[in-house]
Design a protein around this ligand. Structure first.
Ligand code: 1CP
Length: 343
């Protein structure tokens, strides 16, 4: 089986010759070649130059026999197209100079078509497609889910407690609704455009939604995630990823997605049972910082738990850490591919 077929079959819950694997943030800072490129080019330039983004997308495939590539970009650039002043501040992370704090600011936001504002990422997808076809590998496109995007738009950057976001949600429910409609419309268009440009599958990242209670998730977020997922599901396979949502994972699955991505806080067999469809995950990225003798039992635990479950894509429970030794990633990928469930 090619990686392309193995990955897409697992997403559909069909049988595979071995478990497919890709790694969240696989095109990032743990790779020496990536760090070297980033010394020469800003994050903005890397994302907005299709040839550079294409090159970075392919970097991890030179090291590891992964089954899929994820296009190099970020979840936040679509916010810039809406009118938010986004910058990736070296040593600090993403920052928005004019965070959304009022209903009027929500009404000023534009919802431009992705082919206008995200053209470099769509071009990067078209550039890597022939190379991935030659290697028999799948390509994953992605976008941030409405809540995770709203949290950056309102907080203006990373946050511990999402206080501004929740305050806006509670104080301005009508403006929150208009914001989430705008974000979901933008995301439906963007994910569709990525599939049209050549992505085989798309992942919706709701990285921070686990900060919400079940009640708030269902009241303020799920209708909009559902709006995105139901619109995109007919166009291609969709992975719906979140962290910290173990307490209400059924509710997350109800929003949609052919595959549900989970972090390490929930045993993957429990996740599989509760969502009743293929799952992605769920090794703790920190386990890759340990020696193989400690790492291997964690890998084996995931593999033993999902044995017999319908559809599994191996991944970490969240992004790979910059200090991860490449040797451990290589051993992980090879171990997952050669894993024999009978022994
Ligand atoms: O080079 C650098 O120093 C920048 C670090 C970096 C990288 C490598 C950022 C800034 N973004 C990215 C690339 C990126 N981001 C990808 C590329 C493809 C791949 O996975 O290899 C993807 C899929 C993302 C998605 C992303 N960006 C998410 C969702 C996934 C997750 O990890 O939860 C989030 C939350 C972001 C925001 C973001 N962008 C960058 C940083 C450091 C952050 C997190 C900031 C925070 O802590 O809130």
């Amino acid at each position: 089986m090619t990686g392309h077929k193995r990955f897409l079959s697992a997403c559909r819950g069909e049988s595979v010759d071995c478990t497919p694997i890709w790694i969240m943030r696989q095109a990032g800072r743990y790779l020496p070649e990536y760090r070297a490129l980033r010394r020469q080019h800003s994050m903005e330039t890397a994302i907005q130059t299709p040839e550079l983004a294409a090159k970075i997308t392919l970097l991890p495939l030179q090291h590891f026999e992964l089954d899929a590539a994820i296009i190099f970009s970020d979840i936040l650039p679509p916010l810039a197209g809406m009118g938010l002043e986004l910058a990736f501040v070296p040593g600090h992370g993403p920052s928005i100079a004019n965070p959304l704090r009022t209903p009027k600011a929500v009404d000023m936001l534009r919802v431009p078509p992705a082919r206008e504002t995200m053209a470099p990422t769509l071009d990067a997808i078209r550039l890597v497609r022939p190379e991935l076809d030659a290697q028999g590998l799948a390509l994953i496109g992605f976008a941030g889910a409405p809540f995770t995007m709203a949290s950056y738009a309102i907080e203006g950057g990373a946050t511990r407690n999402f206080a501004h976001t929740k305050q806006f949600m509670y104080h301005q429910p009508a403006a929150w609704d208009r914001l989430m409609i705008k974000l979901s419309s933008l995301t439906i268009d963007y994910l569709g455009a990525q599939i049209q440009a050549g992505a085989d599958c798309v992942q919706l990242f709701d990285s921070w939604v686990g900060a919400l209670s079940r009640y708030d998730y269902e009241r303020y977020v799920r209708p909009y995630s559902h709006r995105v997922l139901s619109a995109v599901e007919s166009k291609g396979p969709v992975i719906h990823f979140s962290t910290n949502t173990g307490p209400y994972l059924e509710s997350v699955a109800e929003a949609g997605g052919h595959v549900i991505g989970v972090d390490w806080r929930i045993p993957i067999d429990e996740a599989s049972r509760r969502v009743n469809r293929p799952v992605m995950g769920n090794l703790d990225p920190c386990t890759l910082l340990g020696p193989w003798r400690e790492l291997f039992p964690h890998v084996r635990d995931v593999m033993q738990r999902v044995a017999g479950c319908p559809g599994h894509v191996f991944n970490l429970g969240h992004g790979i850490l910059p200090q991860t030794p490449l040797e451990n990633v290589k051993r992980l990928v090879d171990c997952v591919h050669s894993y024999d469930h009978d022994n």
